[in-house]
Design a protein around this ligand. Structure first.
Ligand code: B12
Ligand code: SF4
Ligand code: SF4
Length: 392
């Protein structure tokens, strides 16, 4: 006769196992009730390769100006360095699949392409709110300590999600799953409770290279490795100041983030579109007109992007991105708006307006404009004039 594990255990261990099972089931049920698509458990020692890989990412300078990645390296590398008492890590996946292929807008140069994740409410707020609800109920039920994180804490969410079995880190470096493709936000709950751990997922990329080949800026030096300094997502969201002139033409009309490597993935055929209305694209953010976006001042920007993650980068950085799209549009109707921005208060905006005008105006008209320009003291803007062929 086969003896079940629970029958073989001494009574106190049996009780402890049942408690772990019950707590694990409780958290899963809570996650499902709040609309999470995936919820699985791993432990704090489950990502032994991640620290070394993070180290090599930083050594190669692939983080660009994101100095906070290096500053938090020790805590980021190890969940126990972040919180020494943590015993279990619950990883959550939240589907934000688009209704249609997000790459279709790339063929419309008079429109700005906003990446799928930023077309409505800020996902940090949506997911953090849900995780806090789970944390409160779980802490009360388990009598254990709990902390929740989404994106901004020094937690390596992708390797932890792979270890928990939510999916695997693809060659585009993001976590994807057989059920949801590449369109998953991640979040985590750290707890002192001892929960039942799940098995990790294995890699299902095989010989596919679709994401690597889809990248417009060649930002992947190798499969599974990203050089953020060439990534449009980094350049348009994280990076302040001027953008490498050699990369500007490759950015096209992408004004906030980029989805090309995610959208190219064949596993997306199994993905469903987002069910949470707060993450479904806002109508006016699906294809915003470049000429309208160029007119945004600080107040207009804050009001148009109220509740959106785009608000975080501020008006100047955003208009810098829109000017790059304008310069790439070949649309002479945008010249008037760019001329206005060439006199903007922000040097970043003025500099990018010079670049856009050089591309949009006929050579004689540009030379005439350059001759009539007011004195410029900012070195970065003067560098743009120099690159545009206008001597001091
Ligand atoms: C910094 C950051 C960025 C940076 C750098 C991205 C990167 N790939 O590192 C920039 C600004 C470019 C960025 C862009 C985007 N991001 Co981001 N970002 C982060 C953040 C804050 C940290 C990521 C990190 O630790 N990077 C450091 C590197 C070293 O880690 P890694 O990518 O895991 O690198 C691994 C591989 O290199 C791998 N590796 C190396 N060699 C080898 C070899 C083999 C064989 C294997 C198997 C693996 C392997 O090991 C490393 C460690 O695991 C996370 C949130 C978080 N706290 O985790 C969000 C996060 C990764 N971002 C997210 C999103 C949605 C995006 C964008 C899609 C947004 C957009 N549409 O514009 C793009 C996608 C670009 C891309 N292809 O990665 C989501 C991804 C969700 C998911 N399903 O994976 C996250 C998890 C936020 C969240 N909570 O949902 N992001
Ligand atoms: S997000 Fe865009 S630019 Fe960045 S790696 Fe993916 S395809 Fe390349
Ligand atoms: S596109 Fe291909 S290689 Fe890239 S993550 Fe998807 S399956 Fe992997």
């Amino acid at each position: 006769m086969r003896i079940s594990t629970s029958e073989a255990l001494p009574p106190h261990e049996d009780k402890a196992l049942r408690r772990r099972q019950k707590l694990t089931a409780f958290i899963r049920d809570e996650a499902a009730a709040l609309g999470f698509d995936l919820c699985r458990v791993t432990g704090p020692d489950s990502i032994p390769k991640a620290p070394e890989r993070l180290q090599s990412f930083l050594e190669d300078g692939h983080h660009g100006t994101m100095a906070w990645m290096a500053e938090t390296q020790a805590r980021r590398s190890s969940p126990k360095a972040l919180w020494s008492e943590v015993r279990s890590i619950v990883m959550f996946g939240f589907n934000y699949g688009p209704d249609e292929d997000p790459r279709s807008i790339l063929q419309k140069p008079d429109k700005g392409a906003i990446s799928v994740y930023a077309r409505n409410r800020d996902y940090h707020d949506v997911i953090k709110g849900k995780l806090k609800e789970i944390a409160t109920r779980f802490a009360a039920r388990a009598g254990e300590d709990v902390k929740v994180f989404v994106d901004t804490a020094p937690v390596m969410e992708k390797p932890l999600a792979e270890a928990a079995g939510l999916g695997w880190q693809g060659k585009h470096t993001n976590l994807l799953s057989r059920s949801h493709g590449s369109w998953l936000f991640l979040g985590s709950l750290f707890t002192t409770a001892d929960l039942i751990q799940d098995e990790p997922e294995t890699d299902h990329c095989g010989s596919c290279r679709a994401c690597l080949e889809a990248c417009p800026t060649a930002a992947f030096p190798a499969p599974y490795r990203l050089d953020a300094r060439r990534c449009i997502s980094y350049l348009t969201i994280e990076h302040k100041g001027t953008i490498d002139p050699a990369i500007r033409p490759l950015i096209g009309n992408r004004i906030y983030g980029c989805d090309d490597c995610l959208a190219a993935c064949p596993w997306n055929k199994f993905a469903a579109s987002a069910s949470d209305m707060k993450l479904k694209a806002r109508e006016d953010l699906k294809e915003p007109a470049i000429d309208f976006l160029l007119t945004l001042d600080d107040t207009g920007f804050r009001s148009f992007f109220s509740g959106s993650p785009i608000k975080r980068i501020g008006r100047d950085r955003f208009v810098r991105n829109v000017l790059i799209a304008a310069g790439n549009s070949g649309d002479a109707r945008l010249i008037a708006a760019c001329l206005t921005l060439a006199a903007d208060m922000s040097p970043t905006v003025r500099g990018m307006a010079v670049w856009a005008l050089k591309r949009l105006m006929l050579p004689d008209a540009f030379a005439q404009f350059a001759a009539s320009r007011p004195a410029e003291e900012d070195p970065e803007v003067n560098e743009e004039w120099r690159m545009a062929g206008v001597a001091e």
